[in-house]
Every structure is written in C-alpha cells, then in structure tokens.
Design a protein around this ligand. Sequence first.
Ligand code: ZN
Length: 239
Amino acid sequence: MNTEPLFLTDAYLRDATGKVVSHTPEGGIVVDQTNFYATGGGQPGDSGQITWQGGAMKIATCIKGEGALILVPAEPTALPAVGTQVTQTLDWERRHRMMRVHTLLHLLSVVIPLPVTGGAIAADKGRLDFMMETPPEDKAAIETELNRLIEANFAVTDAWITAAELDANPDLVKTMSVKPPTGAGIVRLVRIGDETTQIDLQPCGGTHIERTGEIGAIRLGKIEKKGKINRRVYVHLAD
Ligand SMILES: [Zn+2]
C-alpha cells in the first residue's frame, strides 16, 4: 500500500483526512494519504496529532517505510483500528518554520554556487555543506545577497518531469548526497523566480513556502571547516 504524500502537492495543508490501512510491528500507523512530511533529505518528519471518532493521539514524527509513510505515535497508546477514518493535523508552527528554513537553503545554494555535499533543517536554523576549500572572504556580502533574494519576494513553484528528462539534464542536481525523489518515474522540480528571472531550479521533494518574502528575517551563522575540502554554512531564522 503506497501512501499518497499530500505535502508534495500542497505544503500548506494543515489538516487532512486519511484512512488507517495497517499497523507496523513497531507500533506505527500507515495511512492511505498524509499531509505529514516523512523524514528525509535532511528535513525532520512532521509532528502533530490525529483525531478520530472517540479518540485522539499525538504524533511524534512521520517516517518512510516500504512505499508507505508511517505516523509514529508520541506515546504508546492504543492505535486507531485498521479502516478508521482519521483527521491529521500538523504542528503547523514547527512545519512552517521548517518550510522557511528549507526555502532559505535553496537561496543559500544560489548565493554560494558550489557543489553541495549535505544538509540539515531544523525549525530555527539549517545548514548546507559545500565543497569549498577556502572560506568566503566577505561573509557580510553573503547575508546581504540572501536578504536581497528574500525581499525580492520571488515565487516558489514546482513542475514535474520524467526521470529520463532528469537523466538528460544532470546539471539540475546540486546536492551530491541527496538523490532526488524519483517515485513512479517522475521527479518534482522546484523553481524560484519565473522563466524570465529564474533564480534556482532543482529537483526537490521537500516542503517550501510560496514566496521568498515569507522567509522573513534571517542571519548568516557560523562557517565551519569540515574535513579537507568541505565547509558547513549555517543560516538562522532571526525570529
Ligand atoms: Zn527544496
């Protein structure tokens, strides 16, 4: 049973219905569709709660199983029975902050146009690891450029292409450590800007805000040396 990932087509879906299709041996709940992002690509799974007739349960996170997305209860309590219709409600404040940080990392990869070897997202900050042998000379210029891209309030949109089209355009993939999601032979491309002023275009299965202005106030954090040729660059939400 594949779970339909509703967050891929609408990242702003705070509530969604779903049907329990099975329980995992570890006590997780498999649903037929979910608005909960499943841990992956450096972004933690969503937390929140599910409710059903006569019951409610806190959800700690969502993880990927075999073709399925699994809601992980925060506490070991009785699970809703298979077949139960549930309402899934995100911890929206946390998710929305991660959408801001995630989209900010796309902009960071534009401002520092070097190959990315890893990354991580939290509700208050994120980081990318770049192949960068020498530290940037002007840190303030990086922050200024990030703020310019945020204030320009570019649209963030997506489009789907086939895996074959992606293979024909390998330059689209910036992140060497994260394979783009290619489920069912199609890949989601995320674009920042429009066709005339395109800021960024790359395959991504994460959750994004609709316009860069929604990122709000930010600051550039530490830049750490990680190994011989890598540097880790942190960005923070300032509120
Ligand atoms: Zn993304």
